[in-house]
Design a protein around this ligand. Sequence first.
Ligand code: ADP
Ligand code: GLC
Length: 485
Amino acid sequence: MKILHVAAEVFPLVKTGGLADVVAALPVALAEQGADVRLLLPGLPAVMESVLGARTVIDIGSCFGALRVRLLLARMPGTKLPVYVIDAPYLYKRGGSPYQNSQGEEWPDNLQRFALLGWVAAHLAAEDADPMWAPDVVHAHDWHAAMACAYMAEHLPTPASSVFTVHNLAFQGLFPMPDWALLGVATRLLSAAGLEYHGQLSFMKAGLKFATRVTTVSPNYAREIATHEFGCGLDGVIRERGKQVLGILNGIDDALWNPATDPAIATRYDVERLQGKRDCKRALQAELGLQPDDDALLLTVVSRLTAQKGLDLVLAAMPELISAGVQFAVQGTGEPALEAAFRMAQQAHPGRVHVFMGYDEARAHRLVAGADVIAVPSRFEPCGLTQMYGLRYGTLPLVRRVGGLADTVIDADPATLASGRATGFVFDLAVPAAFERCVRRALAAYQNADTWHGLMRSAMGQPLGWAGPARAYLDLYASLRSPAA
Ligand code: ADP
Ligand code: GLC
């Protein structure tokens, strides 16, 4: 089966969040199970500089405001995965993030930049972009790739099916309605039955309405987004799709995130050699200038600093928890107000709080390996990857019971502790007192070495790789090709 994955980011070339990790690992896992998988990416500078052996497949000429557009075929570095790259310097050759300039403002031509991505995907599906290869399934990720589903359903007749995966419903790709003419779609798509969303054009709706199937990245988030509370105004559209919305839990790249082989950490360890984890904690305390204290519960956060992530709860509970013996190591970038608040926390509690405002992969590995607990107190969380990295490293996740966090962490209560199923700590209400109580429960468990080791063992024993999720996607793709689909 031939599958084309379409996305705006892929680790390690371009990454703003977990989407990049998924787009790097899932296609490789699918290929390992026999699928013929390719990737389609916009030609952002890091992509153009890193892909190997690029050759032109087709000269597209001028479209979406760009004078010279070419489709290249190359190979992803570090894998054998073939990757199509859209070379359109006018739209993609610029600094900043894939979505925003260095001042944090959305690029004003995002509509053209991401419509082009979907348009090229649809042409590959329609077998008129590459005479040598056409997908059976186009798998589009998030709003950036969603227009592929609308172009395929409404404009380019193709036997191929489309799958649209929602990684985060909160980012929707909304544009002014008058810009519709730039999309090259029929006016019938401009109603609420098409791309219109409260007077704007919504790329997210293009995926939700026109994909053959919609998936999201955890079963629990699939249920949540059909509700008013989590639906971001699109719950009605999601409910309409009924059983065609499926939740498939993400995996993690367990070659990259493996404490037994991780080159970034002080001492490698596994479930049979846990003293290495103690060395990692000591090395981290020394590196960050935290008090060298084995008895302190070292809690880490590695996260985008945005309202989604609920980190205001951490800030509010911090003074009490520091008095109770907790240390904090925070790494993130994001909203200026949260960054400033974390900086102030570090100044107020030297030796107990360390904050690094920046993006650094190797450092993230050291934090995950060295901490005792990784906190993910999100207000909503489609899947979340860092709590799974925590499980893998015996760094117990402490999470809010929401989205994929609820699907991946089993709270340590008397019953789950007795049966050996507990893997972390879960709280319900998004209020500082609930977070604080949960950390205090973790602290109490930490003070009992047997309990803590039992928890670490069951956390580290969880199956978290991509093989299972890849099988679930292959079953889904296969079901689309059967006549009953
Ligand atoms: P989201 O995609 O919502 O940001 P995820 O938990 O799915 O949340 O993925 C976040 C990814 O980004 C993880 O791989 C995490 O390690 C990484 N990450 C987030 N912030 C940083 C940072 N400041 N430095 C290094 N890695 C980070
Ligand atoms: C999004 C979500 C996150 C998820 C990631 C990968 O960024 O916020 O929860 O883990 O996508 O699917």
